[in-house]
Ligand binder design. Structure first.
Ligand code: VG1
Ligand code: CO
Length: 544
């Protein structure tokens, strides 16, 4: 087999966003586009020769073809071994688990997460470092810089490999190992949660759950864990077969896109517990009967109840949340006497805190929750954690949440997204906001007084690196907040995200619809940012 060196020219748009490089499938299919990016990753790493790389994806369209290219490029570039998930499947948290367990040098995850898939959908590539987590900014910047200079890549001339059969083969001087996608990950989860108690709950006859994998990557994992291992009846997992186009849906676990599950959980004779996960398995949505748990509350509730799970019985070192995530977790941390860290959006910012033992649980408002068991957010981990809490407390999801609000107060929370806005208009809106910040402090807006107004800047407490311009925040003297930022994962125009939060200590006022409770802040957001005229949109496209 010969190693071919192919001349190429740079693409100017290979800058990784919040979570890797995401583009429309046809862009990735352009000649040399994927190859350039993979070679740019390899060129910006040092010391991987002879080492192990983990490769897998969420099964979306172009997953298999991309893996064949990556295998041949890895062999040509001197990797020693590639562990690849069977049929090319590995969820994001399972990849993180495998990288850590086998001391791999890094991992490549092929996914555009919650973005739709198929020939006209999106594709994505993400590089993870040896701790199993997303590459930090200094690595992604190096990859981008390299992608602007690249002039050649290396690839082995060889036949495609069979990705469906477990076991080892060689490709040039490299070993390729097709691994069971579920086993290592399932073992890890079994070590964290009380599977016996969860099994009693699921088989006891008084409790029903519904897990919706949205035709994405968690299907095989959920079948193996909930139905096979924990004894939940067949049919507990729905949409459990990964499809290349996710059945035409949007594999994003929220009230808008997981509508099948929402219909069940808010319908007649609803089960006790419902959950969904996203394209690559790192997000989760938690529902009770006729009840939705916001991701920010979920983080706070898991933190408050963490010690019920064997893996967390000794308590938490600290918690961390992304800046736009509600401060519900902060209140729990305060009560527990542990630190709460506030990071920019994106899981890569949690890596150092987890590695340094400063945080045990982390979460984002965007349906992401996780812990130090891996270095990614983890959808099924969150579902099992909730089941463990439910099994021990013997209360309904709604009772647990209501009780939590009673003890800590309720952080009303909502995110309004304006998708596919023309980039120039979205940038102008953010520039106008930034320009208005210096005069805002002390200003009266509606019945609120501005306490602070800034563009969030984060200094990593472990390595001192600074990340600027991470979102415009306007905080009010009563603790309410409005945050504005542009998405770093979209592929069409720009997406404006407006995050709204207010705090209500009084239990008598905990039953208001969040859109009603937050109405005054929604009006202020419109007033300060002129969203309607800037975006040309009357309403958000998605409200979560
Ligand atoms: C979004 C979310 C962010 C999350 C990121 C990746 O980023 O807001 O919290 O970490 O997606 O999640 P952005 O830049 O579009 O707001 V995933 O499940 O898409 O890897
Ligand atoms: Co995801």
């Amino acid at each position: 087999m010969t190693i071919k060196t192919v001349a190429t020219t740079p693409f100017s748009d290979q800058k990784p966003g919040t979570s890797g490089l995401r583009k429309a499938v046809p862009r990735f299919q352009e000649s040399n586009y994927l190859e350039n990016f993979i070679q740019s990753i390899f060129d910006s790493l040092e010391g991987y020769q002879g080492q192990t790389l983990v490769v897998g994806g969420d099964g979306r369209y172009y997953n298999r073809q991309a893996i064949q290219i990556i295998l041949k490029m890895s062999a040509a570039n001197g990797w020693g071994r590639v562990k690849v998930g069977q049929s090319g499947i590995l969820s994001t948290p399972a990849t993180s688990c495998v990288v850590r367990k086998y001391n791999a040098f890094g991992g490549i995850i092929l996914s555009a997460s919650h973005n739709p898939g198929g020939p006209d959908g999106d594709f994505g590539v993400k590089y993870n470092i040896g701790n199993g987590g997303p590459a930090p900014e200094k690595v992604t910047s190096a990859i981008y810089e390299r992608s602007k200079q690249i002039s050649e890549y290396k690839i082995l001339e060889a036949d495609d490999l069979d990705l469906d059969r477990l076991g080892e083969t060689t490709l040039g001087d490299m070993t390729v190992e097709v691994i069971d996608a579920v086993q290592d990950y399932q073992e890890l989860l079994e070590s964290l949660f009380d599977f016996d108690r969860i099994q009693q709950l699921l088989m006891g006859g008084n409790f029903r759950m519904c897990m919706d994998s949205l035709h994405a990557v968690t299907g095989p994992y959920a079948h193996a864990i909930f139905e096979k291992r924990l004894g939940a009846p067949a049919g507990t997992v729905q949409n459990g077969k990964p499809l290349e186009d996710f059945g035409g849906g949007h594999p994003d676990p929220n009230l808008v896109y997981a509508h099948d599950l929402v219909d069940i959980m808010f319908g007649e004779d609803a089960p006790d517990f419902g959950a969904a996960s996203d394209g690559d398995g790192d997000r989760n949505m938690i529902l009770g009967r006729h009840f939705f748990v916001t991701p920010s509350d979920s983080l706070a509730i898991l933190a408050a109840n963490a010690t019920v799970a064997p893996g967390y019985k000794d308590g938490l070192a600290g918690v961390a949340r992304s800046m736009p995530t509600s401060a519900a977790a902060d209140r729990v941390a305060q009560q527990l006497g542990i630190d709460c860290y506030e990071t920019p959006t994106g899981w890569k910012f949690f890596g150092n805190l987890l590695d340094a033992g400063k945080a045990t649980l982390c979460g984002e408002e965007s349906f992401g929750t996780g812990s130090d068991h891996v270095r990614e957010k983890d959808g099924l981990w969150a579902v099992l954690f909730w089941l463990n809490v439910l099994a021990v407390k013997q209360q309904s999801v709604e009772e647990i949440v209501q009780e939590h609000w009673k003890s800590y107060g309720r952080n009303y929370y909502s995110r309004h997204d304006y998708e596919a806005v023309e980039s120039d208009r979205a940038n102008a809106l953010m520039t106008n906001l930034r320009n208005a910040l210096p005069d805002m402090k002390g200003k009266q807006l509606g019945s609120y007084t501005v306490d602070y107004a800034d563009d969030f800047s984060y200094t990593d407490p472990v390595d001192g690196s600074v990340s600027e311009k991470q979102g415009v925040r306007i905080g009010f003297t009563d603790g309410s907040r409005i945050v504005f930022r542009l998405s770093g994962t979209g592929t069409k125009g720009a997406t404006l995200r407006v995050y709204l939060e207010s705090y209500e200590p009084n239990p008598a006022k905990h039953d208001v619809d969040p859109q009603t409770a937050l109405k005054p802040l929604i009006d202020i957001a419109e007033e300060v940012a002129q969203i309607k005229s800037c975006t040309g949109m009357d309403e958000p496209t998605v409200i979560t």
